[in-house]
Design a protein around this ligand. Structure first.
Ligand code: FES
Length: 193
């Protein structure tokens, strides 16, 4: 009796497995290219902007937006222009540097200062104990004043002045650690606005 029940149970289980194997299922199909579908859905969620996307963020491979500066000759010209503007007088070779007469009023001497040397360095070469601190145009310790009349930049070029404003420059003040002569003049050292 028990054996017949077990046999019947086994036959029933086998039949269920066979029926499930041949059934069609839910009929759900998987899209051919699911990644493309996901990309399109994401693209729809990106908000519209009225400014050009940077080249490396543009959707679809990164075509350069209209008006963008190309990597060609335009940037080359810009770099060249900037390089010319930023060239320090200190970069002028010694054998090409023009020399100017600077009268150091308080020291009682007139020095021949080349255009690639600062007023501070020229005085120090004489052994004068001139004041300074940062030597980068970022304080006022090395201040001096041109006493030849007019603004200091009529007689010298600053390379790195971060302290003196237009008014102080037109009063003749200079930061001698970053000041290179461009003309003859008289200088009073240890003078600050
Ligand atoms: S030493 Fe600081 S600005 Fe000249």
């Amino acid at each position: 009796m028990v054996e017949a029940f077990g046999f019947g149970l086994g036959v029933a289980f086998t039949l269920v497995v066979v029926v499930l194997h041949f059934s069609k299922g839910t009929g759900r199909t998987i899209p051919d290219d699911i990644s493309q579908e996901v990309l399109e859905q994401r693209a729809e969620t990106v908000p519209e902007t009225d400014f050009p996307e940077p080249m490396n963020r543009a959707i679809g491979g990164g075509a350069a937006p209209a008006g963008a500066v190309g990597a060609g000759e335009e940037t080359g010209e810009l770099d060249e222009g900037e390089a010319e503007e930023e060239q320090s007088p200190a970069a002028i070779p010694d054998d090409e540097a023009e020399t100017f007469e600077v009268e150091y009023e308080k020291e009682g001497e007139t020095l021949e200062v080349p255009e690639n040397q600062t007023l501070l360095e020229a005085g120090e070469e004489q052994g004068w104990d001139l004041p300074y601190a940062c030597r980068q145009g970022q304080c006022i310790s090395c201040g001096g004043q041109v006493t030849s009349g007019g603004g200091s930049e009529d007689y010298l070029a600053h390379d790195g002045n971060e302290m003196l404003g237009d008014e102080e420059l037109s009063d003749g003040y200079t930061l001698t650690c970053v000041a290179y002569p461009t003309s003859d003049f008289t200088l009073a050292t240890s003078e600050s606005p």
